[in-house]
Design a protein around this ligand. Structure first.
Ligand code: UD1
Ligand code: CA
Length: 462
């Protein structure tokens, strides 16, 4: 159903996340498990936050591992978010009841979501809320036609209308065959609280089930209805590690499809990991073994090859990354990194820079056309344009207490195996002889040699 012309009324949100998540077999509360770079609960919050109309309140119900979730929620700082606690996990209806103290006098719609149903789409949520108003219902249940039914509540209809929801454990054989499943996502009106007060733990688990509100509202003479999503994947619940990994695969499929559509090549989709939020430009080619974690932007015509891990980085057009680890860096155009480079936080590599074999950079600004081709460590450094850094060069930036800076001017040439004892400055156009240990500043245009003179002695053979 589509109600695009319909104006949505105000709504508040309740997210259920107090459950132990026993089937995860984890010390971490289920809703804090990571899915493609963010906890399950954040996926749900993001779906709600991307609705055009913003919720008046987002009430999160916490219980098991509440301190961990609370800490996370305070870090991400969401507007209008309130936390309530469910001390004992007596069931999903009991969990929603904990939000009553916040929303008791609230007259808008109340959207109830499960913290363990992360792939929900905001368009579907908006259709659900609009349906509740349009049909003047006290409850609209979001359902899906499922192929994988096990564990889900089944939607029982009578004469084409929603009758009740039966849980897997309480369903008879014919009910188990129903392929219309409950998503665990509902839109209620203000009759929610009254309906909840009538829920009894009459089921095999002896829990207070939110799903019982369907039959209860009917008995109160209120109408209830259904919104059915065509995409069963978006209502997949995460109850164990297998389902978590399946959700990860679903997200990857979605992502890969979008990247193909936008002109990105992925040689073997089964051998890459690409975070949901990666932005990748046209004609970039991704080879097997590449892991693109969160907050990565890659430009056009780049090549990403072999066992590379990239997180929190921007890589501009035409750059080539091979067999390297990049974390917290800004990389310009036509830069070559690798094989086997480690580009660490605060590295800013400008256009045409090359960082090669077994080299490491950290908090290093390297200006255009400069090269660090072999076996070097460049940390807390500023390197000018067109500088060649010879093999084995080390910035000795740490004295055991503080970090110090090395500055190397443009057009300078650093021979192999040079140590810069920071803080130290080298001017433009300088030449540092191979094997030098540089302890004092080198003015522009000078040649510095700081190594012991070679001596020749007679070889004694015994
Ligand atoms: C629930 C639904 C089922 C639906 C499925 C969809 C019920 C009774 N069943 O089953 O119809 O098909 O979701 O994924 O609701 N929670 C609490 N406190 C509790 C119990 C649960 O906060 O005391 C929270 C959980 O953290 C979770 C949500 O409620 O986020 C659902 O609970 P869960 O135990 O996962 O229910 P399911 O068996 O998946
Ligand atoms: Ca669940």
């Amino acid at each position: 159903m589509e109600f695009s012309g319909f104006i949505m009324k105000n709504f508040s949100v309740v997210i259920l996340g107090a459950g132990v998540g026993t089937r995860m077999r984890s010390s971490l509360p289920k809703i804090m498990h990571n899915l493609s770079g963010k906890p399950l609960i954040k996926w749900v919050i993001d779906a709600v936050s991307s609705l055009n109309l913003k919720p008046d309140n987002i009430v999160v119900v916490l219980g098991y591992g509440a301190d961990k979730v609370e800490k996370y929620l305070s870090e991400i700082n969401i507007k209008n978010l309130k936390i309530v606690y469910q001390k004992e996990q007596l069931g999903s209806a009991h969990a929603v009841m904990q939000a009553e103290k916040v929303l008791k006098n609230y007259s808008g719609n109340i959207l109830v979501l499960s913290g363990d149903v992360p792939l929900i789409n905001s368009k579907t949520l908006s259709a659900l809320i609009k349906n509740n108003d349009k049909t003047a219902s006290s409850l609209t249940v979001l359902a899906a036609e499922g192929t994988n039914l096990f564990g889900y509540g089944r939607i029982v209809k009578k004469d084409g209308f929603l009758e009740k929801i039966v849980e897997e454990k309480d369903a008879n054989i014919s009910e188990k065959r129903i392929n219309l499943i409950n998503s665990g996502i509902y839109c209620f009106d203000k009759n929610l609280w009254k309906a909840l007060s009538k829920v009894k733990p009459n089921n095999s688990k002896k829990e207070y089930y939110i799903t019982d509100t369907v039959a209860i509202l009917k008995s109160m003479g209120k109408s209830t209805s259904l919104t059915v999503t065509k995409d069963e994947n978006e209502v997949k619940g995460i109850n164990n590690r297998l389902e978590l990994s399946q959700a990860e695969a679903l997200l990857k499929d979605r992502k890969v499809k979008r990247l193909f559509e936008s002109g990105v090549s992925i040689i073997d989709t089964s051998k890459v990991y690409i975070s949901y939020d990666a932005k990748i430009g046209q004609d970039t080619v991704i080879y097997p073994g590449v892991f693109i974690d969160t907050s990565v932007i890659v430009g056009k015509n780049c090549i990403l090859k072999g066992s590379s891990y990239i997180i929190d980085a921007r890589i501009d057009d035409g750059s080539i990354i091979s067999y390297s680890y990049i974390n917290g860096a800004i990389i310009g155009k036509n830069v070559k990194i690798g094989p086997f480079s480690h580009i660490r936080p605060g590295s800013v590599l400008k256009d045409n820079v090359k960082v090669g074999n077994f080299s490491e950079t950290k908090k290093a600004a390297i200006a255009k056309n400069s090269k660090v081709s072999h076996l070097s460590y460049i940390g807390d450094a500023e390197v000018g344009e067109d500088v060649n850094i010879g093999a084995g060069t080390i910035t000795c930036n740490y004295d055991g207490i503080n970090k110090h800076k090395t500055v190397i001017g443009s057009n300078s040439f650093v021979g192999s195996n040079v140590n810069f004892i920071a803080p130290v400055k080298v001017g433009n156009n300088a030449l540092i002889a191979a094997g030098s240990t540089v302890t004092r500043d080198v003015p522009a245009g000078k040649l510095a040699i700081a190594r012991a003179r070679q001596e020749l002695k007679r070889r004694i053979i015994k």
